[in-house]
Design a protein. Structure first.
Length: 478
Protein backbone atom coordinates (compact mmCIF):
# COMPACT_ATOMS: atom_id res chain seq x y z
CA UNK A 1 0.00 0.00 0.00
CA UNK A 2 1.65 3.28 -1.07
CA UNK A 3 2.07 5.59 1.87
CA UNK A 4 4.27 8.53 0.94
CA UNK A 5 2.89 12.06 0.59
CA UNK A 6 5.96 13.45 -1.14
CA UNK A 7 8.13 11.39 -3.48
CA UNK A 8 11.32 12.62 -5.10
CA UNK A 9 12.40 10.88 -8.30
CA UNK A 10 15.96 11.41 -9.47
CA UNK A 11 18.44 9.34 -11.45
CA UNK A 12 20.54 8.76 -8.32
CA UNK A 13 19.54 8.06 -4.76
CA UNK A 14 21.26 10.42 -2.33
CA UNK A 15 23.45 7.60 -0.95
CA UNK A 16 26.60 5.73 -1.94
CA UNK A 17 27.35 2.13 -1.09
CA UNK A 18 30.45 1.43 0.96
CA UNK A 19 31.69 -2.12 1.51
CA UNK A 20 32.68 -2.85 5.11
CA UNK A 21 35.63 -5.12 6.00
CA UNK A 22 33.22 -7.99 6.76
CA UNK A 23 31.75 -7.68 3.22
CA UNK A 24 28.48 -6.03 4.34
CA UNK A 25 27.22 -2.89 2.59
CA UNK A 26 26.88 0.41 4.38
CA UNK A 27 24.98 3.33 2.85
CA UNK A 28 26.56 6.74 3.22
CA UNK A 29 24.51 9.85 2.43
CA UNK A 30 26.14 11.76 -0.41
CA UNK A 31 26.41 15.38 0.64
CA UNK A 32 24.93 17.91 -1.74
CA UNK A 33 22.51 20.80 -1.97
CA UNK A 34 19.64 18.76 -3.39
CA UNK A 35 19.78 16.27 -0.52
CA UNK A 36 19.84 19.06 2.07
CA UNK A 37 16.96 20.84 0.38
CA UNK A 38 14.92 17.67 0.18
CA UNK A 39 15.64 16.77 3.80
CA UNK A 40 14.28 20.16 4.82
CA UNK A 41 11.06 19.78 2.81
CA UNK A 42 10.62 16.15 3.83
CA UNK A 43 10.44 17.32 7.43
CA UNK A 44 7.27 19.25 6.51
CA UNK A 45 5.35 16.16 5.37
CA UNK A 46 4.25 13.05 7.28
CA UNK A 47 6.13 10.73 5.04
CA UNK A 48 8.68 11.36 2.31
CA UNK A 49 10.44 9.01 -0.09
CA UNK A 50 13.15 9.11 -2.74
CA UNK A 51 13.18 6.90 -5.83
CA UNK A 52 16.45 6.50 -7.74
CA UNK A 53 19.30 4.28 -8.87
CA UNK A 54 21.66 3.18 -6.10
CA UNK A 55 24.79 3.41 -8.24
CA UNK A 56 25.74 -0.18 -9.11
CA UNK A 57 24.44 -2.12 -12.10
CA UNK A 58 22.43 -5.28 -11.48
CA UNK A 59 19.82 -6.15 -8.91
CA UNK A 60 18.49 -3.45 -6.64
CA UNK A 61 18.57 -3.80 -2.86
CA UNK A 62 15.29 -3.80 -0.95
CA UNK A 63 13.89 -0.36 -0.02
CA UNK A 64 15.57 1.01 3.09
CA UNK A 65 15.61 4.09 5.30
CA UNK A 66 18.45 6.60 5.66
CA UNK A 67 18.43 9.93 7.50
CA UNK A 68 14.66 9.83 7.99
CA UNK A 69 13.95 9.24 4.29
CA UNK A 70 12.53 6.11 2.69
CA UNK A 71 14.71 5.10 -0.24
CA UNK A 72 13.43 3.00 -3.15
CA UNK A 73 16.30 1.71 -5.33
CA UNK A 74 15.58 1.27 -9.06
CA UNK A 75 17.63 -1.46 -10.79
CA UNK A 76 19.61 -0.71 -13.97
CA UNK A 77 21.47 -3.40 -15.89
CA UNK A 78 25.03 -2.89 -17.12
CA UNK A 79 23.64 -2.34 -20.63
CA UNK A 80 21.08 0.21 -19.38
CA UNK A 81 23.77 2.16 -17.55
CA UNK A 82 25.68 2.27 -20.80
CA UNK A 83 22.73 3.11 -23.09
CA UNK A 84 20.27 5.07 -20.93
CA UNK A 85 22.71 6.89 -18.64
CA UNK A 86 26.05 7.21 -20.44
CA UNK A 87 24.35 7.01 -23.85
CA UNK A 88 21.10 8.93 -24.30
CA UNK A 89 21.42 11.03 -21.13
CA UNK A 90 25.09 12.00 -21.31
CA UNK A 91 26.01 11.34 -24.95
CA UNK A 92 22.84 12.79 -26.56
CA UNK A 93 20.88 15.09 -24.24
CA UNK A 94 23.74 16.62 -22.23
CA UNK A 95 25.69 18.01 -25.24
CA UNK A 96 22.51 18.98 -27.10
CA UNK A 97 21.10 20.88 -24.11
CA UNK A 98 24.48 22.59 -23.59
CA UNK A 99 24.59 24.32 -26.97
CA UNK A 100 26.28 21.45 -28.83
CA UNK A 101 29.72 22.23 -27.38
CA UNK A 102 30.55 18.69 -28.49
CA UNK A 103 28.54 16.76 -31.08
CA UNK A 104 25.58 14.87 -29.64
CA UNK A 105 25.36 11.24 -30.75
CA UNK A 106 22.01 9.68 -31.57
CA UNK A 107 21.43 5.94 -31.42
CA UNK A 108 18.04 4.27 -31.47
CA UNK A 109 19.21 1.60 -29.03
CA UNK A 110 20.03 4.42 -26.58
CA UNK A 111 16.55 5.87 -26.93
CA UNK A 112 14.94 2.46 -26.38
CA UNK A 113 16.91 2.06 -23.16
CA UNK A 114 15.95 5.60 -22.10
CA UNK A 115 12.25 4.76 -22.52
CA UNK A 116 12.67 1.47 -20.63
CA UNK A 117 14.53 3.09 -17.74
CA UNK A 118 12.06 6.01 -17.53
CA UNK A 119 9.19 3.47 -17.31
CA UNK A 120 10.89 1.71 -14.43
CA UNK A 121 11.46 4.94 -12.48
CA UNK A 122 7.85 5.99 -13.13
CA UNK A 123 6.52 2.62 -11.97
CA UNK A 124 8.54 2.79 -8.75
CA UNK A 125 7.26 6.33 -8.08
CA UNK A 126 3.65 5.33 -8.77
CA UNK A 127 3.88 2.43 -6.30
CA UNK A 128 5.41 4.59 -3.58
CA UNK A 129 2.97 7.53 -3.66
CA UNK A 130 -0.07 7.85 -1.42
CA UNK A 131 -3.43 8.84 -2.95
CA UNK A 132 -3.45 12.58 -3.66
CA UNK A 133 0.32 12.78 -3.00
CA UNK A 134 2.98 14.85 -4.72
CA UNK A 135 5.78 13.57 -6.97
CA UNK A 136 8.76 15.76 -7.82
CA UNK A 137 10.82 14.47 -10.76
CA UNK A 138 14.36 15.77 -11.32
CA UNK A 139 16.43 16.35 -14.40
CA UNK A 140 17.08 15.44 -18.01
CA UNK A 141 17.54 11.72 -17.47
CA UNK A 142 13.84 11.39 -16.55
CA UNK A 143 11.93 13.62 -18.96
CA UNK A 144 9.39 10.94 -19.89
CA UNK A 145 8.52 10.16 -16.28
CA UNK A 146 5.88 12.90 -15.70
CA UNK A 147 3.60 11.66 -18.50
CA UNK A 148 4.14 8.02 -17.54
CA UNK A 149 3.10 8.80 -13.98
CA UNK A 150 0.08 10.85 -15.05
CA UNK A 151 -1.33 8.10 -17.23
CA UNK A 152 -1.22 5.70 -14.25
CA UNK A 153 -2.05 8.09 -11.41
CA UNK A 154 -4.21 11.10 -12.33
CA UNK A 155 -4.74 11.68 -8.60
CA UNK A 156 -1.21 12.98 -7.88
CA UNK A 157 0.43 16.36 -8.36
CA UNK A 158 3.50 16.13 -10.56
CA UNK A 159 6.38 18.61 -10.67
CA UNK A 160 9.49 18.42 -12.86
CA UNK A 161 12.68 20.42 -12.42
CA UNK A 162 15.37 20.58 -15.10
CA UNK A 163 18.79 21.23 -13.56
CA UNK A 164 20.47 21.88 -16.91
CA UNK A 165 19.63 24.45 -19.59
CA UNK A 166 16.74 23.95 -21.99
CA UNK A 167 18.09 24.74 -25.47
CA UNK A 168 16.64 27.13 -28.05
CA UNK A 169 14.09 25.46 -30.34
CA UNK A 170 16.54 25.56 -33.28
CA UNK A 171 18.85 23.20 -31.36
CA UNK A 172 16.17 21.20 -29.57
CA UNK A 173 14.61 20.42 -32.96
CA UNK A 174 17.64 18.27 -33.81
CA UNK A 175 16.66 15.75 -31.16
CA UNK A 176 15.13 12.64 -32.70
CA UNK A 177 12.04 11.81 -30.59
CA UNK A 178 11.78 15.47 -29.63
CA UNK A 179 7.98 15.40 -29.51
CA UNK A 180 7.94 12.37 -27.22
CA UNK A 181 10.28 14.26 -24.88
CA UNK A 182 8.03 17.34 -24.88
CA UNK A 183 4.93 15.25 -24.24
CA UNK A 184 6.74 13.46 -21.44
CA UNK A 185 7.52 16.75 -19.71
CA UNK A 186 3.99 18.05 -20.26
CA UNK A 187 2.71 15.24 -18.05
CA UNK A 188 3.76 17.49 -15.16
CA UNK A 189 1.60 20.25 -13.67
CA UNK A 190 4.65 22.44 -13.19
CA UNK A 191 7.87 22.33 -15.22
CA UNK A 192 10.64 24.26 -13.48
CA UNK A 193 13.85 25.62 -15.01
CA UNK A 194 16.93 27.45 -13.76
CA UNK A 195 16.60 30.59 -15.90
CA UNK A 196 13.72 32.42 -17.40
CA UNK A 197 15.28 31.94 -20.83
CA UNK A 198 15.10 28.14 -20.31
CA UNK A 199 11.37 28.36 -19.56
CA UNK A 200 10.94 30.54 -22.65
CA UNK A 201 12.83 28.04 -24.81
CA UNK A 202 10.62 25.24 -23.52
CA UNK A 203 7.30 26.95 -24.25
CA UNK A 204 8.61 28.04 -27.67
CA UNK A 205 9.47 24.41 -28.46
CA UNK A 206 6.00 23.30 -27.35
CA UNK A 207 4.37 25.93 -29.55
CA UNK A 208 6.52 25.30 -32.61
CA UNK A 209 6.79 21.54 -32.51
CA UNK A 210 3.48 20.45 -30.98
CA UNK A 211 1.38 23.43 -32.02
CA UNK A 212 -0.19 23.69 -28.55
CA UNK A 213 -1.69 26.94 -27.40
CA UNK A 214 0.69 28.90 -25.19
CA UNK A 215 -0.14 31.95 -23.13
CA UNK A 216 3.13 33.36 -21.77
CA UNK A 217 4.28 30.50 -19.53
CA UNK A 218 1.05 28.49 -19.52
CA UNK A 219 0.61 25.67 -22.01
CA UNK A 220 -2.80 24.20 -22.78
CA UNK A 221 -2.47 20.50 -23.46
CA UNK A 222 -5.47 19.28 -25.46
CA UNK A 223 -7.28 16.26 -24.01
CA UNK A 224 -7.42 13.02 -25.97
CA UNK A 225 -10.94 11.74 -26.67
CA UNK A 226 -13.27 12.62 -23.80
CA UNK A 227 -10.38 13.84 -21.57
CA UNK A 228 -10.57 17.56 -20.75
CA UNK A 229 -7.69 19.85 -21.76
CA UNK A 230 -5.20 20.66 -18.98
CA UNK A 231 -2.87 23.51 -18.23
CA UNK A 232 0.82 23.16 -17.54
CA UNK A 233 2.90 25.97 -16.08
CA UNK A 234 6.57 26.55 -17.00
CA UNK A 235 8.57 28.83 -14.68
CA UNK A 236 12.07 29.55 -13.52
CA UNK A 237 13.23 28.61 -10.01
CA UNK A 238 16.96 29.38 -9.76
CA UNK A 239 18.49 26.72 -7.51
CA UNK A 240 20.83 27.68 -4.70
CA UNK A 241 23.00 26.22 -1.94
CA UNK A 242 22.70 25.45 1.76
CA UNK A 243 24.11 28.80 2.83
CA UNK A 244 23.68 28.13 6.56
CA UNK A 245 25.88 25.04 6.28
CA UNK A 246 28.58 26.97 4.39
CA UNK A 247 28.45 29.86 6.87
CA UNK A 248 28.85 27.46 9.79
CA UNK A 249 31.97 26.01 8.16
CA UNK A 250 33.53 29.42 7.57
CA UNK A 251 33.19 30.17 11.30
CA UNK A 252 35.09 27.01 12.28
CA UNK A 253 38.57 28.07 13.51
CA UNK A 254 40.03 24.77 12.27
CA UNK A 255 38.91 25.65 8.75
CA UNK A 256 40.26 29.19 9.01
CA UNK A 257 43.59 27.66 10.00
CA UNK A 258 43.36 25.18 7.12
CA UNK A 259 42.86 28.07 4.67
CA UNK A 260 45.97 29.83 6.05
CA UNK A 261 47.90 26.56 5.88
CA UNK A 262 46.94 26.11 2.22
CA UNK A 263 48.52 29.48 1.44
CA UNK A 264 51.68 28.50 3.33
CA UNK A 265 51.86 25.18 1.47
CA UNK A 266 51.77 27.06 -1.82
CA UNK A 267 54.67 29.25 -0.64
CA UNK A 268 52.62 32.29 0.51
CA UNK A 269 51.81 33.58 -2.98
CA UNK A 270 50.43 37.12 -3.19
CA UNK A 271 47.39 35.82 -5.08
CA UNK A 272 45.62 32.48 -5.43
CA UNK A 273 43.16 31.96 -8.27
CA UNK A 274 40.75 29.03 -8.01
CA UNK A 275 38.68 26.93 -10.39
CA UNK A 276 36.42 24.11 -9.13
CA UNK A 277 34.54 22.01 -11.64
CA UNK A 278 33.51 18.54 -12.55
CA UNK A 279 35.87 17.68 -15.39
CA UNK A 280 33.25 18.49 -18.03
CA UNK A 281 33.57 20.21 -21.43
CA UNK A 282 30.72 22.56 -20.52
CA UNK A 283 32.75 24.17 -17.74
CA UNK A 284 35.18 26.05 -20.00
CA UNK A 285 38.31 24.66 -18.31
CA UNK A 286 40.26 24.71 -21.58
CA UNK A 287 39.36 28.35 -22.24
CA UNK A 288 40.42 29.27 -18.70
CA UNK A 289 43.77 27.48 -19.08
CA UNK A 290 44.35 29.09 -22.45
CA UNK A 291 43.81 32.54 -20.94
CA UNK A 292 46.03 31.69 -17.95
CA UNK A 293 48.80 30.31 -20.20
CA UNK A 294 48.77 33.46 -22.36
CA UNK A 295 48.89 35.74 -19.30
CA UNK A 296 52.00 33.86 -18.16
CA UNK A 297 53.50 33.89 -21.68
CA UNK A 298 53.11 37.63 -22.06
CA UNK A 299 54.40 38.34 -18.55
CA UNK A 300 51.15 39.85 -17.22
CA UNK A 301 51.24 37.30 -14.40
CA UNK A 302 54.34 36.39 -12.42
CA UNK A 303 54.25 32.70 -11.44
CA UNK A 304 56.51 33.49 -8.46
CA UNK A 305 53.69 35.32 -6.73
CA UNK A 306 50.49 34.07 -8.35
CA UNK A 307 49.19 30.50 -8.40
CA UNK A 308 46.18 28.91 -10.00
CA UNK A 309 44.50 25.92 -8.34
CA UNK A 310 42.27 23.90 -10.63
CA UNK A 311 40.14 21.24 -8.96
CA UNK A 312 38.77 18.99 -11.72
CA UNK A 313 36.60 16.35 -10.11
CA UNK A 314 36.56 13.07 -12.07
CA UNK A 315 33.32 12.73 -14.02
CA UNK A 316 31.70 10.36 -16.57
CA UNK A 317 35.03 8.70 -17.21
CA UNK A 318 33.57 6.03 -19.50
CA UNK A 319 32.21 8.60 -21.99
CA UNK A 320 34.67 9.30 -24.85
CA UNK A 321 34.36 13.10 -24.89
CA UNK A 322 35.28 13.18 -21.18
CA UNK A 323 38.37 11.00 -21.68
CA UNK A 324 39.50 13.25 -24.50
CA UNK A 325 38.89 16.38 -22.43
CA UNK A 326 40.96 14.96 -19.57
CA UNK A 327 43.88 14.28 -21.92
CA UNK A 328 43.71 17.80 -23.36
CA UNK A 329 43.46 19.51 -19.97
CA UNK A 330 46.33 17.48 -18.54
CA UNK A 331 48.52 18.14 -21.58
CA UNK A 332 47.85 21.89 -21.28
CA UNK A 333 48.52 21.97 -17.53
CA UNK A 334 51.76 20.03 -18.11
CA UNK A 335 52.85 22.51 -20.78
CA UNK A 336 52.03 25.55 -18.65
CA UNK A 337 53.90 24.14 -15.67
CA UNK A 338 56.83 23.07 -17.87
CA UNK A 339 57.09 26.53 -19.38
CA UNK A 340 56.48 28.65 -16.28
CA UNK A 341 56.47 26.92 -12.88
CA UNK A 342 59.33 27.94 -10.60
CA UNK A 343 61.15 24.94 -9.10
CA UNK A 344 59.13 23.60 -6.15
CA UNK A 345 55.97 25.50 -6.91
CA UNK A 346 53.30 24.96 -9.59
CA UNK A 347 51.98 27.66 -11.91
CA UNK A 348 48.80 25.59 -12.04
CA UNK A 349 48.12 23.22 -9.16
CA UNK A 350 45.91 20.64 -10.86
CA UNK A 351 43.83 18.37 -8.62
CA UNK A 352 42.04 15.53 -10.40
CA UNK A 353 40.16 14.09 -7.41
CA UNK A 354 37.36 14.82 -4.99
CA UNK A 355 37.80 16.88 -1.86
CA UNK A 356 35.60 16.73 1.17
CA UNK A 357 33.26 19.64 1.82
CA UNK A 358 35.53 21.09 4.53
CA UNK A 359 38.62 21.13 2.33
CA UNK A 360 36.55 22.62 -0.47
CA UNK A 361 35.40 25.45 1.76
CA UNK A 362 38.96 26.05 2.96
CA UNK A 363 39.98 26.39 -0.70
CA UNK A 364 37.27 28.99 -1.29
CA UNK A 365 38.37 30.86 1.84
CA UNK A 366 42.01 30.83 0.76
CA UNK A 367 41.46 32.07 -2.80
CA UNK A 368 41.58 35.69 -3.94
CA UNK A 369 39.80 35.05 -7.22
CA UNK A 370 37.32 32.36 -8.27
CA UNK A 371 36.99 31.65 -11.98
CA UNK A 372 33.69 30.25 -13.27
CA UNK A 373 34.04 30.22 -17.05
CA UNK A 374 31.34 27.75 -18.13
CA UNK A 375 30.45 27.77 -21.83
CA UNK A 376 26.94 26.80 -20.77
CA UNK A 377 25.71 25.83 -17.30
CA UNK A 378 22.23 25.45 -15.82
CA UNK A 379 23.12 27.39 -12.69
CA UNK A 380 26.67 26.73 -11.35
CA UNK A 381 26.71 26.26 -7.61
CA UNK A 382 30.45 26.86 -7.29
CA UNK A 383 29.86 30.57 -7.92
CA UNK A 384 27.34 30.70 -5.06
CA UNK A 385 29.52 28.59 -2.74
CA UNK A 386 32.46 30.93 -3.24
CA UNK A 387 30.34 33.94 -2.33
CA UNK A 388 28.87 32.19 0.73
CA UNK A 389 32.41 31.30 1.88
CA UNK A 390 33.54 34.96 2.02
CA UNK A 391 32.08 36.56 5.17
CA UNK A 392 35.35 38.56 5.22
CA UNK A 393 34.04 40.33 2.05
CA UNK A 394 37.32 39.64 0.24
CA UNK A 395 37.72 37.84 -3.04
CA UNK A 396 36.52 38.41 -6.58
CA UNK A 397 34.18 36.24 -8.64
CA UNK A 398 34.73 36.10 -12.40
CA UNK A 399 31.55 34.60 -13.82
CA UNK A 400 30.55 33.47 -17.28
CA UNK A 401 27.40 35.08 -18.64
CA UNK A 402 26.50 31.60 -19.94
CA UNK A 403 26.02 30.23 -16.41
CA UNK A 404 22.52 30.54 -14.93
CA UNK A 405 24.05 32.19 -11.87
CA UNK A 406 24.84 35.25 -14.02
CA UNK A 407 21.15 36.25 -13.92
CA UNK A 408 21.40 36.80 -10.17
CA UNK A 409 25.07 37.51 -9.45
CA UNK A 410 25.24 40.77 -11.34
CA UNK A 411 28.02 42.18 -9.14
CA UNK A 412 30.49 39.56 -10.36
CA UNK A 413 32.89 40.38 -13.21
CA UNK A 414 30.78 38.94 -16.00
CA UNK A 415 32.60 37.53 -19.03
CA UNK A 416 32.11 35.85 -22.36
CA UNK A 417 34.60 32.98 -21.93
CA UNK A 418 34.77 32.41 -25.70
CA UNK A 419 36.58 35.75 -25.97
CA UNK A 420 40.02 34.85 -24.62
CA UNK A 421 41.16 38.49 -24.64
CA UNK A 422 38.12 39.50 -22.61
CA UNK A 423 38.73 36.62 -20.22
CA UNK A 424 42.38 37.64 -19.77
CA UNK A 425 41.34 41.22 -19.06
CA UNK A 426 38.74 40.04 -16.54
CA UNK A 427 41.32 37.90 -14.71
CA UNK A 428 43.73 40.85 -14.51
CA UNK A 429 40.94 43.15 -13.35
CA UNK A 430 40.07 40.64 -10.61
CA UNK A 431 43.70 40.25 -9.53
CA UNK A 432 44.15 44.02 -9.29
CA UNK A 433 40.82 44.99 -7.74
CA UNK A 434 41.25 47.30 -4.72
CA UNK A 435 39.94 45.90 -1.43
CA UNK A 436 37.21 48.51 -1.14
CA UNK A 437 35.80 47.53 -4.51
CA UNK A 438 36.01 43.84 -3.60
CA UNK A 439 34.02 44.53 -0.44
CA UNK A 440 31.33 46.43 -2.27
CA UNK A 441 30.83 43.73 -4.89
CA UNK A 442 31.01 40.91 -2.35
CA UNK A 443 28.40 42.59 -0.13
CA UNK A 444 25.97 42.76 -3.00
CA UNK A 445 26.70 39.16 -4.10
CA UNK A 446 26.27 37.88 -0.54
CA UNK A 447 22.95 39.63 -0.11
CA UNK A 448 21.66 37.74 -3.14
CA UNK A 449 23.03 34.33 -2.13
CA UNK A 450 22.24 34.51 1.60
CA UNK A 451 18.67 35.66 0.96
CA UNK A 452 17.93 32.82 -1.47
CA UNK A 453 19.09 29.48 -0.14
CA UNK A 454 18.27 26.01 -1.45
CA UNK A 455 15.63 25.44 1.21
CA UNK A 456 13.76 28.53 -0.04
CA UNK A 457 14.12 27.21 -3.59
CA UNK A 458 12.50 23.89 -2.71
CA UNK A 459 9.72 25.57 -0.74
CA UNK A 460 8.97 27.96 -3.62
CA UNK A 461 8.77 25.12 -6.14
CA UNK A 462 6.47 23.01 -3.98
CA UNK A 463 4.25 25.98 -3.08
CA UNK A 464 3.81 26.79 -6.78
CA UNK A 465 3.14 23.13 -7.54
CA UNK A 466 0.47 23.10 -4.88
CA UNK A 467 -1.19 26.18 -6.33
CA UNK A 468 -1.17 25.04 -9.98
CA UNK A 469 -1.65 21.29 -9.68
CA UNK A 470 -5.16 20.20 -8.86
CA UNK A 471 -5.17 16.47 -8.06
CA UNK A 472 -7.58 14.61 -10.29
CA UNK A 473 -6.04 15.39 -13.64
CA UNK A 474 -4.14 18.63 -13.29
CA UNK A 475 -5.45 22.13 -13.73
CA UNK A 476 -8.33 21.98 -16.20
CA UNK A 477 -8.18 24.53 -18.96
CA UNK A 478 -10.85 27.25 -18.61
C1 LIG B 1 24.15 20.44 -12.35
C2 LIG B 1 24.10 21.56 -13.40
C3 LIG B 1 23.45 23.15 -11.58
C4 LIG B 1 32.78 19.68 -7.18
N1 LIG B 1 33.93 19.06 -6.91
C5 LIG B 1 33.85 18.64 -5.63
C6 LIG B 1 32.63 19.04 -5.10
N2 LIG B 1 31.98 19.67 -6.07
C7 LIG B 1 30.65 20.25 -5.90
C8 LIG B 1 30.66 21.75 -5.97
C9 LIG B 1 29.20 22.03 -6.31
C10 LIG B 1 28.82 20.82 -7.16
O1 LIG B 1 29.79 19.82 -6.93
C11 LIG B 1 28.84 21.13 -8.63
O2 LIG B 1 27.71 21.88 -8.93
P1 LIG B 1 27.61 22.75 -10.23
O3 LIG B 1 26.39 23.57 -10.13
O4 LIG B 1 28.86 23.54 -10.39
O5 LIG B 1 27.57 21.74 -11.46
P2 LIG B 1 26.95 20.31 -11.96
O6 LIG B 1 27.56 19.17 -11.25
O7 LIG B 1 27.18 20.32 -13.42
O8 LIG B 1 25.38 20.34 -11.61
C12 LIG B 1 24.41 22.89 -12.74
C13 LIG B 1 23.40 21.96 -10.65
O9 LIG B 1 23.13 20.75 -11.36
C14 LIG B 1 22.31 22.13 -9.58
O10 LIG B 1 21.06 22.33 -10.15
O11 LIG B 1 23.90 24.28 -10.87
O12 LIG B 1 24.31 23.94 -13.69
O13 LIG B 1 25.02 21.30 -14.46
O14 LIG B 1 28.40 22.00 -5.16
O15 LIG B 1 31.09 22.25 -4.76
N3 LIG B 1 32.25 18.81 -3.83
C15 LIG B 1 33.12 18.14 -3.03
N4 LIG B 1 34.33 17.72 -3.48
C16 LIG B 1 34.73 17.95 -4.76
O16 LIG B 1 35.84 17.56 -5.14
N5 LIG B 1 32.77 17.90 -1.75
Amino acid sequence: MPTHDLVIVANRLPVDARTLPDGATEWVTSPGGLVTAMESVMRTVDSGAWVGWHGTPGQAPEPFAADGMHLYPVPLSEQEVSRYYEGFSNGTLWPLYHDVIVDPEFHRTWWDAYVRANRRFAQAAVSATAPGGTIWVHDYQLQLVPELIRSARPDVRIGFFNHIPFPPVELFSQLPKRNQVLRGLLGADLVGFQRESDAMNFVAAVRHLLGYQVDQYTVTVPGIGSEPARQVTARSFPISIDTAAVSALTEDPALQERAAELRRELGEPAKIVLGVDRLDYTKGIRHRLKAWGELLDDGSIDPHDTVMIQVATPSRERVDAYRQLRDEVELTVGRINGDHAPIGRPAVSYQHRSFDRRDMTALYMASDVCLVTALRDGMNLVAKEYVASRPDLRGVLVLSEFAGAADELRAAILVNPHDIDELKAAILQALNMPEEEQEQAMLSLRRQVLDHDVQAWARAFLAELESVGAPGGGTPAP
